[in-house]
Design a protein around this ligand. Structure first.
Ligand SMILES: [Zn+2]
Length: 389
């Protein structure tokens, strides 16, 4: 079910999908627009991230829901998703996609080069960990694959032409100070004056989508009205468990509450037993580590018999037992050589060893880069779900 992969919880989402762009991508099959292309993309992202439950934050242009070439049935599906708060619908999606991706450091799945935004978002250009682009999978007829893509720097004259077509009304908001301010506003709970607002209405969603931040402060992206600040939002973090390089399950850390992880934690916790095969490594303790989300970071503590290592910057460091250590995105907590914990939402998708040479600076690059060995992980079914609450 496509719904199972949709979330407006940016902490849980691994990718931001430019939904209109994908659905209208005619290279992915006949017809002007097809929702099946999005289904194909989700399958591709599952393979790419080696995560059967991969979650995406999808943003669509409003026009996609009305007369953009989708069937009435497909339009009804999108309208339902929007109503249920599974996708965001914006008059123009581009700006919003870039805003969220930048604030939360996520990869964007699209074919668009966002030319008219290069001046405002210089980070768009030249980074091979920013964009994925879907294309027809040459090894699976009818299927979609994704590859990394670098947006090249366009000649200045070309940019100027595109920019002239665009109204730059909120240019003053895009300085560095403004960006700092928006980041501090991310950790708040917001309420929309429109009571039944699906995003910020009453009762407030425990997990809110990203508000829109303008010169007036936080604004409801739906109603364009200022949002009232309802206090600090508790911090959360998503942790993924990888066995042999594939994601087998994920769980959420709520601020201030320690969670035990191990083969079979004595008290409540995350039991990994069922994913470790017939002969689970005995070096892994029943309760191996504890994790906790604090106000500004995640910490980990080794409580095992045989010790825990953390992989950062390519090297392994042993955690001193029973002491809390910081655990940051991109690092791996190693419970056993087969079993590691990582924080969700890291932008860099590969370990150094997996890193393929960056594709040439063109969005029609021929290189396909998938998860290690392009392996499909459909055999491992996960059972815990910690999304939408
Ligand atoms: Zn609203």
């Amino acid at each position: 079910m496509m719904e199972d992969h949709l979330t407006l919880d940016i902490e849980a989402a691994e990718f931001i999908v430019d939904l209109s762009n994908v659905v209208r991508n005619t290279s992915l099959g006949v017809g002007v627009a097809r929702l099946s292309r999005f289904q194909g993309l989700l399958d591709a992202l599952r393979r790419f991230a080696r995560d059967d439950q991969v979650l995406v934050y999808a943003v669509a242009d409003r026009s996609l829901l009305h007369g953009a070439g989708l069937s009435g049935q497909e339009e009804a599906v999108l309208q339902r998703w929007a109503r249920d708060g599974l996708i965001e619908v914006r008059p123009v999606a581009d700006d919003r996609i870039l805003e969220i991706a930048h604030l939360r450091d996520r990869m964007i799945v699209t074919d668009d080069a966002y030319k008219e935004y290069h001046r405002f978002h210089p980070w768009l250009v030249g980074d091979c960990n920013r964009f994925l682009s879907p294309y027809p999978d040459p090894r699976r007829p009818g299927a979609v694959a994704v590859r990394r893509r670098v947006i090249p720097k366009f000649p200045e004259w070309e940019l100027s032409l595109v920019e002239e077509e665009r109204e730059l009304k909120d240019a003053g908001l895009r300085g560095r100070n403004a960006e700092q301010r928006r980041r501090t506003l991310l950790g708040r709970l917001w309420e929309c004056p429109v009571r039944d607002c699906p995003l910020f209405g009453r009762p407030l969603r425990a997990i809110q989508p990203v508000a829109r931040f303008t010169g007036r402060g936080a604004v409801c992206p739906d109603h364009r009205l200022p949002l009232a600040d309802r206090g600090r939002a508790p911090r959360r973090a998503q942790v993924k468990v990888l066995v042999d390089g594939a994601v087998v399950t994920r769980f959420t850390l709520d601020e201030g509450r320690a969670v035990s992880v191990g083969r079979a934690p004595v008290r409540a916790g995350v039991a990994l037993m069922s994913w470790l095969g017939a002969y689970p490594p005995t070096s892994m303790s029943r309760t191996h580590v504890e994790l906790m989300c604090e106000a500004d970071r995640v910490v980990v503590r080794d409580v095992s018999t045989n010790g825990t290592e953390i992989r950062r910057d390519g090297g392994l460091t042993r955690l001193s037992p029973r002491r809390w250590h910081p655990f940051s995105p991109g690092q791996e907590v190693v419970l056993h050589e087969s079993t590691v914990l990582v924080l969700s939402g890291r932008r860099r998708y590969f370990n150094e060893a997996d890193e393929a040479p960056p594709p040439p600076p063109s969005h029609v690059d021929p290189t396909t880069i998938e998860g290690k060995n392009g392996r499909i992980t459909g055999s491992r079914q996960t059972r815990r779900r910690t999304r939408r609450r």
